[in-house]
Write a protein that binds this ligand. Structure first.
Ligand SMILES: Cc1cc2nc3c(=O)[nH]c(=O)nc-3n(C[C@H](O)[C@H](O)[C@H](O)COP(=O)(O)O)c2cc1C
Length: 273
């Protein structure tokens, strides 16, 4: 049977600054889900949390109180999963020494990857590395998609951190024995945590780049990553530094509504306009 959530009063914390549209991004129609409430419907508190949450990449040094971290874990623990398999395991990293070592090693790995992959730096590198790098990028098309590729590049050039200086990381281990697609369950579980954290005034950022550490046996050993577990995602968690609520620009989605006779073509609606 599910256990009751054992939490005390919410931690005291100076109130984070209130929602503000990011500069240059007015809340215009089509940019934000809030723009779809043109019929005058107020977003409810859950919707507000969903719409206003942003990835936080600057944190106060002081970590969240443990009890709050437990509440965030609890939101993850209660996530739905295929067959209720709950194909996950969590760990909380708070030790500043371990966090610093993770950051340093992840950065080293980013540099190593870029040393072998970044063929754009000079004509010679383009000639020598280009074909191999392009082939690898094709094979690892998700990990080396242009977005993580350019993120790796700025990390390797010491222009961005991997874990954003967060005082706490929540590791989301995936259990390969889950039903259907455990990665989907991990996503839902993490999103529960992220939304719960935001609702409490905390900030989070998914860090898929924790994968960099999984190339180093020492981290697999330290974090106990062995069959059936893998560690592809973690959440940076803490008090946001500066204002954090914001309108989230998203693409307008063309949604097909099948609502007529079976042979009728769907009615297309542009969601978000
Ligand atoms: C599975 C996953 C992995 C992510 N990995 C990283 C990461 O390694 N580093 C990072 O800074 N942001 C990471 N992000 C954050 C995304 O960049 C961010 O969610 C996206 O740009 C949308 O911005 P928003 O979260 O502020 O709405 C990740 C997000 C997800 C869902």
């Amino acid at each position: 049977m599910a256990q009751a959530v054992k939490t005390k009063a919410p931690a005291k914390r100076p109130q984070a600054k209130k929602a503000k549209a990011p500069a240059g991004k007015p809340a215009e129609k089509g940019l934000t889900p809030l723009g779809t409430y043109s019929e005058g419907m107020e977003p409810n508190p859950v919707e507000k949390v969903i719409f206003e949450r942003r990835s936080i990449r600057a944190f106060e040094k002081e970590p969240l109180p443990d009890n709050m971290i437990r509440r965030i874990l609890e939101a993850g623990r209660f996530a739905p999963s295929a067959g209720n398999a709950q194909p996950w395991k969590f760990a909380v990293i708070k030790s500043p020494e371990i966090l610093a070592e993770m950051e340093a090693d992840a950065k080293k790995m980013a540099k190593l990857f870029m040393a072998g992959l970044d063929y754009t730096k000079s004509p010679l590198r383009r000639k020598l590395l280009g074909p191999g790098a392009r082939a690898l990028i094709r094979v690892m098309k998700n990990s080396l998609h242009p977005v993580p590729f350019s993120l790796l590049k700025v990390i390797a050039e010491d222009r961005a951190p991997v874990f954003h200086g967060a005082p706490t990381l929540i590791l989301l281990y995936q259990d390969a024995r889950g039903v259907s697609r455990p990665a989907v369950d991990i996503g839902i579980c993490g999103q529960n945590m992220v939304l719960a954290a935001h609702s409490m005034g905390a900030g989070t950022c998914w860090i898929g780049l924790i994968k960099l550490l999984m190339y180093l046996p020492k981290w697999k050993k330290r974090f106990g990553v062995a069959w059936p577990y893998s560690l592809d995602e973690c959440l940076a968690v803490g008090w946001p530094k500066g204002p954090y609520d914001g309108l989230v620009p998203r693409e307008v989605q063309e949604v097909a509504w099948y609502e007529g006779e079976p042979d009728d073509p769907p009615r297309m609606e542009r969601q978000g306009e």
